[in-house]
Ligand binder design. Structure first.
Ligand code: ATP
Ligand code: MG
Length: 169
């Protein structure tokens, strides 16, 4: 299956992590590749032994990316994420592949939509793919077996509350 979690409400990455956790209980292996996220910046990067046999998370990103920023470093990191992902899929059989924030990397031109569509059409073996991030393009939504839009009803960030450890990162 291809699953897309998109929209402006909180819960896209957490939903993907929830599936990885659930699948781990069935001894299924998940590879999560995080675009545009700095290594060590989120709690999920410290998953403990045992769980980390089934859930592997690799983060590729540097400082927060803003529209209009110099892209060179970000493009290199995204390319590196993409090639590492392919290499890892060829080395071990995973049941689930999570491409976290991929749609944002596509929107900012760090990864081409065509490459993603081509990859999804020629997956190396039977594997569920979960793609998260705002601005999922129509072409991806069309390919998805499950697409969910997290819609913001409210978010405390709008009242000035910064990100909360354990809840947001
Ligand atoms: P999470 O990682 O908590 O599941 P997410 O993947 O849905 O969130 P992203 O768009 O990746 O959300 O944003 C990452 C960060 O921004 C998280 O700290 C998240 O809590 C926060 N966030 C998500 N939605 C909003 C929003 N509508 N307003 C402000 N902050 C948000
Ligand atoms: Mg996210």
């Amino acid at each position: 299956m291809i699953i897309v979690f998109t929209g402006d409400g909180k819960g896209k990455t957490s939903a993907a992590l929830g599936i990885a956790l659930r699948a781990s209980g069935h001894n299924m292996r998940t590879l999560m590749i995080q675009f545009m996220k700095k290594k060590g910046s989120s709690g999920e990067h410290n998953i403990k032994e045992g769980l980390s046999q089934n859930i592997e998370i690799l983060a590729f990103g540097s400082e927060f990316f803003f529209e209009g920023d110099e892209k060179k470093e970000h493009i290199e990191l995204a390319r590196s994420a993409w090639s590492t992902m392919k290499e890892m899929l060829s080395k071990k059989n995973y049941n689930i592949l999570i491409l976290d924030e991929l749609t944002v990397a596509i929107k900012y031109g760090l990864i081409s939509l065509e490459a993603v569509i081509d990859f999804l059409k020629h997956l190396p073996y039977e594997i569920h793919v979960i793609i998260t991030g705002r601005y999922a393009p129509y072409e991806l939504l069309k390919m998805a077996d499950i697409a969910t839009e997290m819609k913001k009803i409210s978010h405390i960030f709008d009242k000035g509350q910064p990100a909360v450890m354990g809840i947001d990162f």
